[in-house]
Design a protein around this ligand. Structure first.
Ligand SMILES: [Ca+2]
Length: 533
């Protein structure tokens, strides 16, 4: 915020200098409307329009956003005869351009250009690009009979939009962008990891938030979690009120394990709260769990194991993610409990088995997983050797919420731990790839923990000034007012209260390294302290 204000001041206070730069830079560029005449192989530029500063209503958007002036380029990429990848590039005028390109990610299987994220980047001075990933809408039917469209969604669309945006921006400004960054969360985090692994030359710096990049196994995890939490009649076993009861009980039991009673569990791997503690003794009541409810919750925590080999196929969901808020996304509701069928069951029906009537109760977690990983390996981006990205000087900043009810953070941490091994150990990996865990943060945002932070600025400092981020300062707000700040530490470090001063002020915390499974007992408040293993 402050940076943006300062940048705004500089521009407004130095009109003469800005105009000089502008005319010099613009002299080699192509006027916006003339960009429509560019002929890029496999790309069709549908329109190029100079949009004046003021309200702009994006297609399909219900309300206008206020934007600075920009050149709007609408284009379509057709790498195959079955492809129809729409993307847009928004280019600031030369005097407002920060000389950088930002690619922004998508959510879910959403076939929609990320206008809100584009607007954010444009306001900060970036040329920005986003794609609809090659189809419209969130329905996975688009993949039925369209294997090329699945590939477009999985990795091709973001790469092609990036390549095209680089040259379109070059032609508009008369020079290439100095730097290119990608920023995404959830599916956008998956896209971020795909770019780092598959197309290391595309971006100088990448922000990967709550990455859903272990996509195939995550999808099996969704199916298992749904089957585990719904009866034979398809009705949910655990109601919302009991999800919230669970989070409350878990936090009561485990909040103090990190040495500070602040309503946040720093690392749920240290919390071994057993839902059996809430088992009903005298019939069902609002404040207890029935036997089927206890069983369902245990399965959610434990995750999916291969029934034949016992291998952990996908991690469980963290304690503290059950129902920490009222929105469906702030609990297990949106991705597990509320849907009438397992989330992303379309993956099996339309992408894998080509059988719209496939019955998810017939799944064979052993055989079907092997088949999926053989048939659609490109759906996941879990390559651990990131040396091509490191070698080109790329920097990767990953973050995730410890209370994420959608993409389990244990899976993200497991990937990072494995990547550390594959890239020469922690110190060598940190030279280009750092992970920041946000205690009490939900899926990409929200939650009781501090969940607002500027990862992109930290990444830019790293790429452009060789100042590697040791921590990110995050804030938590209630009704728009900041009521807590905390450092998000570089994993495996954790933020530890120094013991004096306001515990809602990041300045009173330091990042320290602790063995992951060693409980800290500086206060006498760990409710389940005696029952941990
Ligand atoms: Ca705590």
């Amino acid at each position: 915020m402050t940076r943006r204000l300062i940048a705004g001041f500089l521009v407004s206070m130095l009109p003469v200098a800005a105009e000089v730069v502008s005319s010099a830079a613009a002299s080699n560029g192509t006027a916006c409307s003339s960009l429509a005449a560019l002929t890029i192989p496999t790309i069709t530029i549908r329109s190029a329009t100079a949009v004046p500063a003021g309200p702009f209503t994006p297609p399909g958007g219900s309300s206008a956003m206020t934007l600075p002036a920009f050149c709007r380029v609408e284009a379509t990429a057709r790498p195959t005869t079955d492809s129809e990848i729409k993307f847009e590039v928004w280019i600031p005028p030369a005097e407002a351009w920060n000389s950088k390109l930002e690619g922004v990610g998508n959510g879910g299987y959403s076939g929609a250009i990320g206008y809100a994220a584009m607007a954010q980047g444009l306001r900060r001075g970036y040329a920005v690009v986003s794609t609809d990933t090659g189809h419209a809408g969130d329905d996975m039917k688009f993949g039925q009979g369209h294997p090329e469209k699945i590939i477009d969604w999985a990795y091709r669309s973001v790469h092609l939009m990036t390549e095209a945006a680089k040259v379109i921006v070059r032609d508009a400004q008369g020079r290439f962008a100095d730097r290119a960054y990608f920023v995404g969360c959830s599916s956008g985090g998956h896209q971020a990891m795909t770019e780092a692994q598959r197309y290391p030359d595309d971006y100088d710096g990448i922000v990967a938030g709550d990455p859903a990049h272990n996509r195939i196994r995550q999808t099996f995890g969704f199916l298992y979690s749904w089957v585990s939490t719904h009866g034979a009649d398809g009705k949910p076993i655990v109601p919302l009120t009991k999800l919230q009861l669970l989070t409350k009980s878990v936090v009561e039991a485990c909040d103090g394990l990190d040495g500070l009673k602040d309503g946040i569990i720093d690392d749920p791997r240290r919390c071994h709260f057993d839902p059996g503690k809430l088992a009903c003794k005298n019939g069902e009541e609002a404040t207890c769990l029935t036997t089927p409810q206890v069983d369902a919750v245990r399965k959610m925590y434990d995750g999916l194991k291969n029934p034949r080999t016992g291998e952990q196929i996908f991690s469980g969901w963290p304690r503290g993610s059950e129902g920490f808020g009222d929105d469906p996304i702030q609990s297990w509701r949106q991705y597990v409990v509320d849907p009438a069928e397992p989330m992303r069951v379309g993956f099996f029906r339309y992408f894998l088995f080509h059988d719209p009537n496939w019955d998810y109760r017939t799944i064979d977690y052993d055989r079907d997983l092997a088949y999926a990983e053989q048939k659609l390996p490109f759906m996941s981006s879990v390559e651990k050797d990131l040396s091509p990205f490191k070698k080109r000087g790329g920097k990767l900043l990953m973050y995730t919420g410890w209370a994420d009810p959608v993409v389990p953070p244990m899976d993200t941490v497991a990937y990072y731990d494995a990547a550390v091994k594959a890239n020469g150990g922690l110190e060598k990996t940190r030279e280009f790839y750092r992970l920041f865990m946000a205690p009490g943060m939900g899926h990409c945002a929200g939650g009781p923990g501090p969940n607002q932070f500027d990862a992109l600025t930290a990444l830019e400092q790293w790429v452009e000034k060789a100042t590697a981020p040791e921590k990110l300062i995050a804030s938590h707000s209630t009704n728009g007012k900041i009521d807590r700040t905390r450092p998000l530490c570089m994993y495996p470090q954790v933020a530890r209260y120094k013991g004096t001063g306001n515990s809602d002020d990041a300045a009173n915390f330091s990042c320290v390294t602790e063995a992951p499974s060693t409980p800290v007992r500086r206060t006498n408040t760990g409710g389940s302290g005696g029952s941990r293993d």
